[in-house]
Design a protein around this ligand. Sequence first.
Ligand SMILES: Nc1nc2c(c(=O)[nH]1)N[C@H]1C(S)=C(S)[C@@H](COP(=O)(O)O)O[C@H]1N2
Ligand SMILES: [Mo]
Length: 387
Amino acid sequence: MSDTDQNRRNILKTSLSLGALAATAGIPFWSRLALGAEETLVPFSDMPEGFVAPPVAPGAIHYLDTRGINSFYTPNADFYIVQHYNQPEVAEIDYKLRVTGLVNTPLELSLADIKARPKIEIDAGFECGGNSERLFQGLIGNARWGGTSLRDLLQEAGVQAEGIEIVFYGYDKGEETIREAKVEQAFGRSLHVIDAMNPDIMLAYEMNGEALPLYHGAPLRLVVPGYYGVANVKWLNQIHVQDRRYMGRFMGRDYVTLSKRDIGGEVRWEERSVTKINLKSSIIRVTKNGANHIITGFVLNDGTPLRTVEVSIDNGPWQAAQIDPASSKYSWKLFTYQWNNPAAGEHTMVSRVIDENGQVQATPAEMPEKPTRWENYGQFTRKVVIA
Ligand SMILES: Nc1nc2c(c(=O)[nH]1)N[C@H]1C(S)=C(S)[C@@H](COP(=O)(O)O)O[C@H]1N2
Ligand SMILES: [Mo]
């Protein structure tokens, strides 16, 4: 059994043990995601009228209209797109990945060399660390990534004992002003060597069975399952092993969350790099088919197994939702909740997810004080109007 199958089973076990599947027995989960001919969207009154997601365009950011999510895998053409510099076009034939620094054997690999290595596939979903309620969570996607193991490559290169930090550089570059100096830098992110040895991290050249598209980092990107989007370095150019922390913009200055936290009994203002995805769920759609209403949402986290996802309507009791049985450890988990016979008028609704450790998704009041705009994982109350 593959890791993915094992994960899927674990998730199924979790949701089955709660009897959540029983509530909507008989209707396959995916058919409740796809909008049927008779089905209509119930309008969200918290969404500006005419809210539309912009079409994909060269160089632009793309987010999706989360009301339209109707499949476990986000189509490549609609997966969100974020980059901070350019979108470099690297011809496959010219492509080289170098592994340098504190390794016994520096490597230089062509794309063919990388494809000749053992292939792994994993379902992973992620959101931009800046995803938020403002875009109704549109900076999000879930895909099956195909590629080769990072750990195996690092082991082949032989990380030396002093090597503590693995830095990943993209081909894309931009000008940065640091104090008074203007310099050109490549996009870079790093992982501690222990984190980098997670066998699920891959160098991906496929996305949903197709060659990795340009906008998503062709021909090769890093995929760090369970981490926010920023960790997944696109247009990967070089992997460098060093004996000290990497403090580039996207680790040390930007994508840094400032928040007030209890640090071992002291309340401190802390700055931390955006890394693992916090426990989060959000409602994204309500549909109607006659009197039958279905609420749909997603869950993202760092891969910790879930206990339950629940929905509360009009501040009523928490009710278990059903988790998509296609879900696996690092995928997003879509969920649905059948809402019976809602009365006409405006209603509020909110979801929350609880993991197997009993950690509950934070309410807005429980969120740490956080002046930076990263890591928005609080419970998100939505409003709909029933005609
Ligand atoms: N080389 C490179 N990789 C990058 C970025 C970038 O600007 N350059 N942006 C990061 C950020 S902030 C996010 S959210 C994800 C987005 O991945 P996607 O465009 O495939 O959805 O890519 C990450 N990888
Ligand atoms: Mo991002």
